[in-house]
Structures are given as C-alpha cells and as structure tokens.
Design a protein around this ligand. Structure first.
Ligand code: PLP
Length: 933
C-alpha cells in the first residue's frame, strides 16, 4: 500500500512516501526511455516531469542525491535524453534503497563524468577503507539558495583522512524548514545555525506549524528575527534533544553564550568563520555520543595478555578451550566472550557497585541521554531496579499508592520495605480479560480519603506502570500535577520497563516520567503557570477539603512554589533497546536526591550482585550510544511499521473476517479520550488529530503495542501463540483469553510485517476452507467456540481489603495494609491452613466467615498480577474468578493443597461469630467497590 502522503509533514510515512516517489519516477523514466525509441514520447516525458516535481520537496531535506545529481537529471530531461535520465534515476534509486551512498562516493557523481569533475578531490566516504560512520549536518543558512552548493563544497573541503566520521551538509533557508529537516532527515546529527535567516517555509506543511505552536509554543508573530537562532536551537532540542547545535552569530557571541537560554547550544561562534574549528566541533559532538567508556575499555582489556588469579575460571577461556569436554561452548561463543570476562575491577574495569572510573562517566552519559539527573545501571533486570528504588525511599509503615496490576517486583518491594500498599485499580477491559491504566480519579480519591482519615502525611510515593504491557500510556504530567496539588512532596516511580525507547520520539517523550518532569520544571518557573493555582485557590480554597465533592472533578494544579519534583523511572533496557537480557536502569530526577543518596547506595548494596556481568554492563553502554545516534530513526520506523500492520490487518478482506487489531477506542474508554481520537488508521485521521490526543487525553495507546483479537477465529490466546510459534516460527509473549499481543520495536523491518501478514492470510484461508467445506455442525461448533471465547469471560475481581489485623485504620475509610506482617505469618506453619478451591467450605467462608485470609501472593499467568496478596480477605468473586481460570501457571497456588490461608486462630479470632463480625468489609472498602462497579 503506498504511503498516503501528499504533504511533506506526514512524519510517520515521510521516509516511505519519499521512496515511493522515487519508485514512481523510476517507472516513469523507464516508460519514457522505451517510448523514446519509437519517437512518440511527449506524454511519457511529461509524466517524468510530473513525477520529478512531486519528489523535489522531499529532496530539499536530504543530502543525497543532492543538487548536483538532481540538476544533472533535470538537464537530461530537458535535453530529451530519455536513456540518460532513466540510467541516472535507476542508479539514484538503488543507492537510496541500499544506502550505498553512505560509503561509496561514486554514487554522488553523475555517470560518465567521474573522471572530469574534480569537484570532490577531497577524501570522501568512498574509497574509505574503514567505512567510517556517516551522518548529515543540517545547515541553516541566511544566504540565497544559489550560494548553497558553494557552501556545501567548502564544508566538504575540510574533510581529512584523520576524521573518525564522515558527513554531508544539507542546507535549508528558514526556521520552519530547519524544523522539517530535523524531523524528516533521520541522518542529521548536528544542526549548524547561521543567524539571520527568515522564519517561514515555502513548503506546504500545516501540521508542522500546528506542532510548532502546540508542542513548542512557537508562532512566527511572537518572535523577533534576532531571536530566531536561539529559539530554533531550543525548538530543535525539544524535538531531538540528542542533536548537537552550533550557532554562528554576528552578534556578540559571548553575550549569547552567557544567556541561560543558550544552555542547549554546544558552541557559539562569532560569524567571522572558523571553518576548521566548526568542522572539529561537529566531529567532536558526534564522537562524544559515539564513545562508550566502559565498552571501549573492555575491548582494550580483552586484547591485553592477563594472568588471572581471581575466582572466575572461564575468564580468558582457559578452562574451556583446554577442556576435553566443554570445548563446544567455546566454539559456540567464540574466544572474545571469555577474553572479556573478568571478576576484577582493576585494569580499568571499574566497579558497578561504587563506580569511580569509566562506569561513572558512562552512567553520566546515560543520564544526559535519558534526561535524568543520575542513572544507575542494574544487571539483574528491572525487577531489581524497582526493589532498589522502593527500599531506598520507603520506610516501614509508609503508605504507597500502587497499581494492583503492576509488576510483581513492586508487591515484593512493598513486603521488603515494610511499606503499606494502597492498591488502586486499573479500569477493566472485561471483554478481552485485560486491564487498562489506573484512572487519575481513583488515585485522587485514595489521596483525599487518606487526607480525610488524617493519614496523608504517611503517603510517600505513587507507583504506576507506564506504559502497560498492552500499551496504555499515562498522561504523566497531569498525574503528577494533580497528585502534587494534594501532596506537594509526593515521590513518583514510573515503571517504564517497556517504555525506555519513548525518550527518542518527540511524540512519546512528554508522556514519559522524565519528559513530564522537564515540562513541569519549565511550568513551575513560568509566572503564568501560578495563575492556574490562584484560580484554584479562589474556587476550592488553599487547603483542599476532602468533603468538597468538586475536588475530584476539578483539574488540579499544584502550588508551583511548594511543589517538589521527585521523579524516578526504571526501565528494562533489554526490552526496548539493544541491551543483553537483564540490562536495566534506574533514572533519577529528584530535587531532593541529596537527602536519600545514602539510602540509595544501601539499596544498591542490598540488591546488586557483587559479581555483575561485564557483558551486560557493556551492552547498557552501547545501547545508550545507539539510541543517541539512531534512536530517533529506529523509533520512528517502529511506529510506522506498527501503523502499517494495523492498517493491513484491519483492512484485509479475508484476514479481517477472523482477526482484528484493537483500535484506540477499544483499548481506551471514551471518558479517558477527551480528544475523541478513535483510531490511528481510520480514513481522514490526520497526524494533527493524533497529536491532540497525545497532548490532552488521560490515556493514549502506544501504537507499537498491537493487540490482535484471535477469539473471533476460534483460538484462545495461548493456543494461538502456540500455533504461531510451532508452525510459523513467530514468537510473542503475551496473551489473554481471546487475544495475543504483538509489538514492533527497533529491530523490526518491513519484511517482518509482510511475513506476519502472509501467515495471517494463510490461517484465515484455512479457517475459511474448513467452514465452507464442513457441514452445519462444524459451523455451529465454531460459532459456539467464538461465543465462549468472546462473551463468557469471567469478571476480573477488584482488590477487596486487608484483614483488620493488618490495618492501622480498621474501621476507617482507607485501604492500605501492613502486607509484610501478613507475609511473614505464612512462615509460621501452624498458623496457616489450606482450603480447597472447589469446596463448599470455600464458598461458605467467603460468604459468611470466618474470613479466608490469603497467606501469600497468588499470581496467575496471564494476566500476571496478584489476584490475592498476603493479608487480603478473599471474597466470593475472587473464588469464582479462580475457578474459571483456565491457565496453566498460577504462582502461589497448589491445586492439590488448595488456597493457603492464615488460620483464624492466628488472626486472634475466637468464635465464628466474632470472626464473622470482624470480617465485615470496612465501610470504605464497600463504598469504593460500589463506586467502581
Ligand atoms: C518486565 C517488567 C519488569 C521486570 O523487568 P525485568 O527486566 O524482566 O526484571 C518490571 N516492570 C514491568 C512493567 C515489566 O514489564
């Protein structure tokens, strides 16, 4: 399907649209060349001109083929040289598809002229023995476009064989074109701005203008021309913060450099040019991102002869390569792996637990890359990262607001820290046996209830999963603002295990914890922002009153003078970037970090292995390098592929008969979708509509999370996953009762999309054939199976409440409880009992007591979150749900023994009657349950 782009600012299909137009031009020139032989070529020739004119606007933002080749092409078309034009277009298109122009300078020469020219006598990417990494520099120039070719040649002349990289300049002439260049040209690594350029683009790019205004708050009218340079630098940084910016100004360079707004600029030069300095500055900026201090040193280390007397027999591979029995392992992995293994922290290898050398520097680079103040690398997965953060920040008895649907590391983190979890519920998507995100209203209600109970001071932290497995992305900024309005020193832990890549796209970035922190930092410093708070004080008073019903319905704002920004994020680098399994990071953006830094180190010492894996550490370093240099391109591509896959599945006449990809409106109820966006792929949906949703909605759907409903094809999720794996070699990891989850990430290509479509077509054909050829009985059985998968889905039970024994506030209105106490009661064998799930005792006690109090976590996969936690009172709906579960894996439940419970005696209950009366749900629990229904 051709990418539907007629305007230059269809960002997600820009690259494809461009290649499509080259294919079109290629076809047109072939036709012309064929016709030219017979003489009747007038129409064919004008078709070529049209195809070329549709393409040129894309080429304004790319170095290759560049003005020279395009001028040669135009000459050939004008001179009626059909064969020559066809040859040239053929060469350019294939160089673009294969990307050979990056390393072969022959591609830059109009054919048959390479001996003459002499224009490129400087060393080029071609004939480059090492094939140095290639990038492009966007030059924003005030000079007329006729001067640009000369400018480009002058920059090329600066190339030296010594340079570690090779680059080509692309010149644009206005503020808006510079923005388009940064968005459309993923090869750009550096923006070189010559002050004095105009604002407006000559391209048709209304969406880009909306983006500038809405996301960057930039309108032409508000800017004075002498501010363009600085404002452009700021705008570029908001789109692609990793880029280097060099500003050349004829104003006083020192004055600009001293302006705090210029912090985003790498270097300011006075406009009396220093070309070589600029060249070196460009290379140095890329070198800084390219260099990976730990990995680079590990490579050196592996090349040194080292005698080892430390405890790691595989180091240097001697125990393997000399073995009679395990040499195959050495052959499989190759010697380098073992040369790079060491348990030493000498030889420049540094210590992950207390880094002082290259790990320290590498972590600092990581912090810069991810927009954090500090980053801690973790080699035991985000499971450990989460526990570290929770241990460092929570004390026994502290209350933490936590999504019950979150990863199990948080539940165990609460046990370890002795914190009291206050479980808040994500909205259910019962039809698909899934959960969405936790509505902000529920979080605010929990906080206001705690306030009413005089317990708000105990609340330390809010923990949320962003994005969820299924792709629900929070409005991180709004969540933090409204929580800070209620409690100004709240700490936020955003579990972004899946979402680390989001930093590298301007569309997602504001929806990450750190992206929202950056925006809030700016807001709090802006006097206009305080007006929101003033208006709120006028309406609701200075101290929000829990009895005031309006609080929950009002969009709250914090007092910018009081609110603190204490934000943490954890990410499984291995889940969305090029790190080895278990590679994870903790990102810190906490203005009070100095108060907890020691606790933090304790937490690292508690949880981190004293033998961290060198290869995992190195891969974290390299993953950062990759994202800083090509993250933008890769993430854009994965979004583009996901949108294409959605479109293909839902529009395919046969496939869509049995399968469909869930759209935004099916994943996110209308009440959380103020923008009204229903789908990313619906006809008529523009990129501006998606932008509005990204900016405003309470939840958005990450398009790269693709939920495919397979129940309508008669498969349950587990079954379908099995078929894909065993018959088609397609792997995925999440299923629900009637769906499977696909995700595109930075490693996917168009071929993957094509392959998956092929497989779905094949499966759909098989079903079709079976239904057509079989009799009515077969068709009825199929319909019944589909109905059972799609309609008879069990209700997902909400968290009930902790048993009174574990509550500080037994008769009160809040749901938190001392889970650790309950957890350890399970260690007392005599204090526990088992009750069979399928027994009348279970029914009777769930209804009328003595209460069934879970002794441990019970976690079925899927859905993979605890439906019981230690100390939780088990209600009939949970029993019902457990009985209907048809999954194989249920952690914490042995069906031969039954449910493990804390015995009534251990809970201090004497008679059944007393127990029954104590087991009555506290008022609040009953109320919140009702409210949720
Ligand atoms: C996978 C995951 C974790 C745990 O990360 P690992 O790197 O596998 O230890 C934590 N939180 C969420 C939301 C996850 O998806």
């Amino acid at each position: 399907m051709p990418a539907p782009a007629t305007r230059i600012d269809h960002f997600f299909s820009g690259a494809e649209a461009r290649l499509d137009r080259w294919r079109e031009l290629h076809r047109a020139t072939q036709v012309w060349a064929a016709k030219a032989r017979t003489g009747s070529d007038a129409n064919a020739r004008s078709a070529v001109s049209t195809a070329l004119s549709e393409l040129v606007s894309f080429e304004d933002f790319q170095a290759f083929p560049g003005h020279r080749l395009l001028a040669a092409l135009k000459d050939r078309i004008k001179g009626g040289d059909a064969m020559g034009a066809a040859r040239l277009v053929q060469r350019i298109s294939s160089a673009l598809m294969s990307r050979s122009y990056r390393s072969d300078s022959g591609e830059w020469e109009p054919e048959d002229e390479s001996s003459g020219g002499g224009e490129r006598q400087m060393p080029t990417a071609a004939g480059d023995p090492k094939a140095r990494p290639y990038f492009e520099v966007l030059v924003v120039s005030p000079s007329p476009s006729t001067k640009w070719p000369g400018q480009i040649q002058n920059m090329r002349k600066l190339r030296r064989n010594l340079d570690a990289f090779i680059y080509e300049p692309v010149v644009v002439g206005s503020f808006e074109d510079a923005i388009l260049g940064v968005m459309l040209n993923t090869d750009v690594q550096t923006v070189l701005i010559y002050d004095g350029f105009p604002f407006a683009s000559t391209h048709n790019a209304p969406v880009m203008r909306q983006f500038l205004m809405a996301t960057l708050d930039i309108k032409n009218d508000d800017l004075a021309p002498h501010d363009y340079g600085l404002r452009l630098a700021q705008a570029v940084k908001k789109i692609r913060p990793e880029l280097d910016i060099i500003l050349l100004s004829d104003r006083n360079a020192e004055v600009i450099a001293a302006d705090p707004a210029a912090a985003c600029i790498s270097r300011v030069f006075y406009d009396v040019e220093e070309p070589l300095e600029i060249h070196l500055c460009i290379l140095q900026g890329v070198q800084d991102r390219y260099s990976t201090p730990f990995f680079d040193n590990l490579v050196k280390y592996a090349q040194k002869p080292v005698g080892t007397f430390h405890a790691l027999p595989v180091a240097r591979g001697k125990s393997i390569f000399k073995s009679n029995w395990i040499r195959d392992m050495g052959e499989f992995y190759g010697p380098t792996l073992f040369l790079a293994e060491s348990s030493a922290t000498t030889g420049g290898l540094d210590s992950l637990l207390e880094p002082t050398g290259n790990i320290k520097v590498a972590q600092e680079k990581c912090a810069r890359a991810f927009g954090c103040d500090e980053v801690f690398w973790v080699t035991n997965g985000t499971s450990t990262s989460n526990k570290m953060v929770e241990q460092a920040l929570l004390q026994p008895g502290d209350i933490v607001i936590v999504d019950r649907n979150c990863h199990k590391s948080h539940h165990y983190g609460c046990v370890l820290a002795g914190a009291q979890p206050y479980y808040v519920e994500a909205y259910p998507m019962t039809e698909y046996s899934m959960y969405g995100g936790v509505p902000l209203r529920g979080i605010k209600k929990a906080l206001m209830d705690l306030k009413a109970a005089g317990r708000l001071h105990k609340v330390k932290m809010v923990v949320l999963t962003n994005c969820t497995f299924d792709g629900h992305v929070y409005n991180t900024k709004r969540v933090m603002e409204e929580c800070l309005a209620i409690k100004p020193d709240m700490i936020f832990l955003w579990d972004e295990a899946w979402f680390g890549f989001a930093r590298w796209s301007p569309f997602y970035r504001g929806r990450t914890g750190m992206g929202a922190r950056a925006a809030l930092k700016e807001d709090f410093a802006n006097p206009a922002y305080a007006e929101h708070y003033k208006a709120q004080v006028a309406k609701l008073g200075k101290d929000l009153n829990p009895k005031d019903k309006r609080v929950l319905d009002t969009r709250l704002y914090p007092d910018p003078k009081k609110a603190k920004l204490r934000v943490y994020m954890t990410t499984s680098t291995h889940k969305s970037m090029s790190a080895l399994r278990q590679g994870s990071m903790v990102g810190v953006g906490d203005e009070d970090f100095h108060l907890v830094v020691e606790n933090f180190h304790e937490a690292v010492f508690t949880h981190a292995s004293t033998s961290p894996n060198q290869q995992i550490i190195a891969s974290l370093d390299v993953a950062r390098r990759q994202m800083e240099l090509e993250g933008y391109e890769l993430v854009m591509r994965s979004i583009q592929l996901a949108l294409e896959l959605r479109r293909e599945v839902n529009n395919h006449p046969l496939v869509s008969k049995y399968f469909r990809m869930l759209n935004v409106e099916e994943m996110i109820p209308a009440s959380y979708r103020g923008s009204g966006l229903r789908s990313y792929i619906e006809d008529g949906i523009t990129w501006a509509d998606a932008l509005k949703a990204i900016r405003e909605d309470e939840f958005i759907l990450d398009p790269t999370r693709l939920t495919l409903v397979c129940g309508t094809a008669g498969f349950d999720g587990t079954q379908f996953k099995g078929i894909l794996a065993s018959e088609y070699e397609i792997q995925l990891n999440k299923t629900s009762r009637n769906s499977v989850l696909f995700q595109t990430n930075i490693n996917n290509t168009r071929s993957d999309v094509a392959n998956l479509m092929k497989v779905l077509v094949e499966i759909a054909q098989k079903i079709d054939k079976k239904l057509m050829s079989g009799d009515d009985t077969g068709r009825k059985a199929f319909a019944a199976r589909v109905k059972s998968l799609m309609e008879d889905v069990p209700d997902l039970p909400n968290f009930s409440y902790f048993h009174d024994k574990f509550r500080d506030n037994p008769k009160g209105t809040t749901l938190e409880g001392h889970m650790r106490e309950a957890f350890y009661m399970a260690y007392d064998h005599d204090g526990c009992e088992h009750v069979k799930l399928f027994s009348s005792e279970a029914d009777k006690r769930a209804r009328s007591g003595p209460p069934l109090v879970s002794a441990n976590f019970v976690i079925p996969y899927p859905p993979g979150f605890p439906i019981m936690v230690p100390g939780q009172v088990i209600k009939p709906d949970t029993i019902e749900f457990m009985r209907k579960l048809d999954v194989k894996e249920i952690h914490g439940y042995d069906k031969n023994l039954g449910l493990k419970l804390i015995a009534p005696a251990a809970l201090g209950m004497k008679s059944k009657k007393a127990a029954a009366s104590r087991a009555k749900p506290a008022k609040a629990a009953r109320k919140t349950k009702k409210a949720r229904k």
